[in-house]
Design a protein around this ligand. Structure first.
Ligand SMILES: [Ca+2]
Length: 332
């Protein structure tokens, strides 16, 4: 079966079935740290040995100690020789799903994507894969949460994406588009560019605008959010296993309202110190940080764009236009 890049997906199909089982991507540990450290030291054992023990009992104890040492050495050996996931061949990470006719299809992963929202949003392989109008978790969202193309505010062309979420005093609300099938493993470069327009002056602290996530790792990833008093500036949030939070620490640059704002994000993905985060706002570099930005043994494969989480407890409208993703630098 030849991998394909285009086609119509069935309405209820979810692209998450990998040719490789998902568990292959989970980090596995041969011996836990607690098991590794449970043996008593030999010196401690020697001093506590009762003088009236028989020779046979001493031999049994010695055999037990030697056995324990063997387990510890084997454990250490396995720990040091465990190989990290090999992401050198994207062809090993294809996705198997079904088209709208129920025919099984195999999908390649990609490193680039673009949408100027000049055509109606439709669910298709080469486009967006899910309209997220949810609440927290997978709970249904408020009925007024909405996603549509509009002429109300446009960056280029005739249309942009309009996202609307309802006021919810107790929970978050989402109105975002999700796309899977990407392949951004450690040591690769991820570039994202998009234009956002947030009308009004209401408090937007804890509004999330963009997510880069790993489906096979419980959706862990990095998210662009507005933080500070009234949500005045951007930061790159992330769960602990994805590395530190990356925030503007000195003289944060305010996020403009009632106008189009260009955001460009670059991540050199790494689980270690060579990772890099760069964020430009209207051409100004407002974040430039080094350090981890992806969990071990996983790759980022999906994005969410729009109001990926409105945790402000207020109704909000956000417009988005000219979304681009690439593994190479994106020209402004
Ligand atoms: Ca447009």
């Amino acid at each position: 079966m030849q991998p394909c890049r285009s086609g119509i997906l069935p309405k209820r199909s979810i692209i998450s079935k990998q040719i490789r089982p998902l568990t292959h991507l989970q980090r596995h540990t041969v011996f836990s740290e607690s098991a590794f450290n449970s043996g008593h030291s030999i010196t401690q054992g020697h001093h506590m040995l009762p003088s009236n023990w028989s020779f046979t009992r001493k031999v049994q104890l010695a055999a037990a100690v030697i056995g324990m040492l063997g387990v510890c050495m084997l454990s250490g050996l396995l720990k040091t020789t465990r190989q990290p996931m090999d992401f050198s061949d994207p062809g090993k990470f294809l996705v198997r799903t079904r088209d709208q006719d129920g025919k099984e299809i195999v999908l390649e992963r990609v490193n680039s994507f673009a949408d100027d929202f000049e055509t109606v949003i439709s669910r298709k392989i080469e486009g967006w894969h899910q309209e997220m109008k949810l609440s927290s978790g997978s709970k249904p969202g408020a009925p007024a949460n909405n996603l549509q193309t509009t002429t109300e505010q446009v960056h280029t062309g005739m249309f942009s994406l309009k996202t609307q979420t309802s006021q919810d005093a107790h929970d978050l609300q989402k109105a975002a588009l999700l796309r899977e099938l990407f392949f951004f493993p450690p040591h690769s470069d991820f570039w994202f560019s998009a234009w956002y327009y947030i009308p009004g002056q209401s408090d937007i602290e804890n509004l999330f605008l963009f997510d880069l996530e790993a489906t096979a790792n419980d959706g862990l990833g990095r998210r662009l959010m507005l933080t500070g008093s009234n949500g005045r500036y951007l930061m790159l949030e992330g769960k602990q296993s994805t590395g530190p939070q990356y925030a503007q620490t000195t003289s944060p640059v305010p996020f403009p309202r009632d106008q189009w704002v260009h955001l460009k994000l670059h991540l050199h993905l790494s689980t270690g110190a060579e990772g890099r985060v760069e964020l430009w706002q209207d051409g100004m570099l407002i974040l430039d940080k080094q350090g981890p930005n992806i969990p071990p043994d996983t790759f980022y494969d999906r994005i969410e764009v729009g109001q990926t989480a409105n945790s402000t407890h207020q109704a909000l409208t956000v417009y988005v236009d000219d979304v681009r993703v690439s593994d190479k630098p994106i020209d402004d």
